[in-house]
Write a protein that binds this ligand. Structure first.
Ligand code: NAD
Ligand code: DAU
Length: 343
């Protein structure tokens, strides 16, 4: 599996090693978003450490990927540049990992199968963002793709390659489209951990635009379990939506965080909007439900656990809010906060 030192990938590692006797090889480039410390628990327990191997490397590097895929039974691709705002600042790495990297993985699966006659399933972890903004109703797997950010376009490009390799080369592929995910170990650049760790320090919370954009929030363990179910039971060539357990506006999410921390609404600031900001994501989940998966964690419980985790892991998030973070924060929010008004 790739991207296992990141947020959702590391949850998948923890849960998969606990629930099965699988051996996992994690391939991760360790970008700013990935860190081996996300796998500390798995390496600290002898029962799971014996079944986990870590390799630092790039999924777009065929010389690294080829031998690893040759010894694998399946390939699960979590690796991606994952932050929409960074894709607006510069998209090159998004395309390299999201399109070229996926192509390298597909070619490695094809070559390994040709060499030993074994079928290796490839699961591509994708996103609800490929549907674009959904003003009403819910997106179904057959709906057209309409990505609107460079991040979403790169994810859609990766998916299209996966589907093309299934049709043209007969590869055994499945794709998951997960909803907005939150929980422990998420990098503090994303809305939920940004607002938790900023509110803990009484720093302003930059709400883009009117804050009435809606997301369908999915707890990280549920996302990881959905990927596992699709890996095991999904039909070859199919796509599976993994919706969340609670649609909320960004203002609702902000209030839920402030409430749990006992902090005032005055920390929330209305700042100039994200360009091309998708108003709403919402997916239908019948196809994944037919496989036996649905999210188990409600928004209120999931948010309580998440806030508690960040409270208990201050060293973890402070390591990520470092000097490089300060430069990013200034670029992303400096002028916005200077222009901000009461939210
Ligand atoms: P993340 O940014 O926390 O982790 C990404 C991981 O991939 C990091 O460990 C990083 O080092 C690694 N990586 C990046 N480029 C790489 C490369 N070229 N080679 C090898 N490793 C590389 O992201 P996340 O939030 O855990 O997302 C994981 C996957 O789930 C992504 O594909 C993302 O598009 C998808 N997804 C995320 C969400 C969400 O809300 N976070 C929702 C739906 C889908
Ligand atoms: O929907 C799935 C996607 O969810 C994943 O594919 C992406 O990898 C993941 O990053 C996430 O994308 P979003 O853009 O929805 O997440 P983000 O946390 O960046 O923003 C959530 C909402 O909050 C969105 O409407 C933008 C808003 N927001 C975000 C930030 C960082 C703010 O209002 N202020 C902020 O500072």
């Amino acid at each position: 599996m790739t991207g296992g030192a990141g947020f959702i990938g590391s949850a998948f590692v923890r849960r998969r090693l606990a629930a099965t006797t699988d051996e996992l090889v994690v391939l991760d480039k360790l970008t700013y978003a990935g860190d081996r410390d996300n796998l500390d628990d798995a390496f600290a327990d002898p029962a799971t450490a014996a079944r986990l191997r870590f390799v630092q490397g790039d999924i777009a590097d065929a010389t690294v990927v080829g031998p690893l895929v040759a010894e694998a039974d399946a390939v699960i691709n979590f690796a991606a540049e994952s932050h929409v705002d960074r894709s607006i600042l510069a998209a090159d790495d998004f395309l390299r990992t999201g399109v070229i990297g996926v192509h390298v993985l597909l070619e490695a699966v094809r070559a390994a199968g040709a060499a030993d006659g074994q079928t290796r399933r490839l699961l591509q972890v994708s996103t609800d963002e490929v549907y674009g903004s959904v003003e009403t109703g819910t997106s179904k797997e057959g709906d057209p793709l309409a990505p609107r950010s460079p991040y979403a376009a790169a994810k859609a490009g990766g998916e299209l390659l996966v589907q093309a390799y299934h049709v043209t080369h007969g590869l055994d592929t499945v794709i998951t489209r997960g909803a907005n995910t939150y929980g422990p170990h998420q990098h503090p650049e994303k809305l939920v951990p940004l607002f938790i760790t900023s509110a803990m320090q009484d720093l302003p919370l930059p709400l883009y635009g009117d804050g009435l954009q809606r997301r369908d929030w999915l707890y990280v363990d549920d996302h990881a379990d959905g990927v596992a179910v699709v890996l095991e039971r999904g039909s070859s060539g199919e796509v599976y939506n993994l919706p969340g357990a609670g649609e909320r506006t960004n203002r609702d999410v902000t209030a839920a965080i402030l409430d749990r921390l006992g902090k005032p609404w005055s920390l929330a600031r209305r700042v100039p909007d994200r360009p091309g900001h998708d108003r709403r994501y919402a997916m239908a989940g019948a196809r994944a439900e037919a496989l036996g998966w649905r999210p188990a964690t409600g928004f209120e419980d999931g948010m309580t656990c998440t806030v508690a985790w960040y409270r208990d892991h201050e060293a973890w998030w402070r390591r990520r809010r470092d000097a490089a973070w300060d430069a990013y924060y200034e670029r992303q929010y400096g002028q916005r906060l200077a222009d901000s008004v009461e939210a």
